[in-house]
Write a protein that binds this ligand. Structure first.
Ligand code: SAH
Length: 338
């Protein structure tokens, strides 16, 4: 497909001068041609907000003393997954801060118990050793999601004190090599981020062969050092996501929750600008509110079944269908270990 040959200059043009509506329409057509009407749902469990890192943008950074910390015990986590499976989710996503309470052994037992429910399992728990990634994969994890956040190395190091861009990049390569479906992505509208750097990000995600790319606006959190920064706009985030679709016509692209936090129809707009996945929150009770990466997070008082029903109706209202099956990256379907 020609669209996947876009150059850096083309991308900058699409980010800046081409009317936004035209970019969205192009992405929508590319998505329809490559993937049809299906929207795949993933049940997202936010199982711990404890984190050893101190990322300047993130509400659950180590240095934010205003956060009530929690982490689910194993049975609670597995039961949350079971209830999500019972209401129809065929992919479960486990996300947390970098919480070392969950060592490799403990994670593997959790993975095995969830995989016994006959669903696809995605991990989003940050940077680990190669041996851990290998163990998780052997225990049955199918996919791994870790955003590179930005490919501007200096910006990354300013925003993520004590972390290494190179190390994160290497983790993504290890994950790919181990045969996971690889998810990565970026935030749009970070302080000091330029359109040239966003174009680099998109080409980077293409070059590492992502199977999934999550793109969302940066939203300043009051409990962080970036509280008074500007934040990204919905348009900027949607444009970036739409161009990702032009570059990679058949990958999975979620309509991110952060988009809906900026606009009540944000996820629907995303689904009409290239996205084909939604990740409804299936975390229960107080935990939803406590997992606050950014302010204005949607659905904090809702239940899993409410979120499932609500998004299902929205998807149908725009003439789209709920995808059946696990909804892996279509080009890699045969590679996924069951
Ligand atoms: N610890 C895991 C999960 C991180 S949280 C990991 O490192 O991969 C998931 C994503 O939320 C982050 O990768 C980041 O892109 C996003 N995020 C964090 N703070 C945010 C903010 N203030 N605004 C928007 N997105 C944010």
């Amino acid at each position: 497909m020609h669209s996947s040959e876009l150059t850096h200059a083309d991308i900058v043009d699409l980010l800046t001068t081409v009317p936004a509506g035209d970019v969205y329409d192009r992405a929508d057509k590319v998505r329809q041609a490559a993937l049809g009407s299906d929207v795949h749902l993933r049940g997202l469990i936010e199982f711990s907000n404890i984190c050893r890192n101190d990322c300047l943008y993130c509400g659950i950074r180590r240095g934010n003393k205003g956060v009530t910390r929690y982490h689910m015990d194993d049975d609670e986590l597995v039961e949350t997954a079971r209830r999500a499976v019972d209401i129809g989710f065929q992919t479960i996503v486990l996300q947390s801060g970098e919480d070392l309470h969950y060592d490799a052994n403990r994670m593997c037992r959790i993975i095995e118990r969830i995989k016994a429910m006959d669903v696809a399992l995605t991990l989003s728990i940050g940077e680990r050793e190669y041996g851990d990634y290998q163990a998780f994969r052997n225990a049955g994890a199918d996919r791994y999601l870790m955003r590179i956040e930005t490919t501007d190395v200096d910006l990354y190091h300013r925003l993520n004190p004590g972390m290494s861009w190179q190390r994160r990049h290497e983790c993504l390569l290890m994950i790919k090599e181990l045969g996971y479906e690889l998810g990565s992505g970026i935030m749009v509208g970070l302080p000091g981020q330029t359109v040239e750097s966003i174009a680099d990000d998109l080409l980077y995600l293409k070059s590492i062969g992502v199977d999934m790319a999550g793109i969302g606006p940066f939203i300043p959190h009051p409990g962080t050092p970036l509280a008074h920064e500007q934040g990204g706009t919905l348009e900027q985030a949607l444009r970036t996501m739409a161009i990702m679709r032009l570059l990679l016509p058949d990958i999975n692209i979620p309509a991110t929750t952060a988009m809906e936090s900026l606009h009540p129809q944000g996820r629907i707009m995303a689904l009409q600008a290239g996205a084909n996945v939604v990740m409804p929150n299936v975390t229960e009770g107080e935990y939803r509110r406590l997992y606050e990466l950014y302010p204005g997070k949607i659905c904090v008082n809702d239940t899993p079944i409410h979120c499932r029903t609500c998004i299902g109706l929205k998807i149908q209202s725009i003439g789209r269908t709920i995808g059946q099956g696990r909804g892996g990256h279509i080009s890699r379907k045969n590679n996924i270990q069951q």
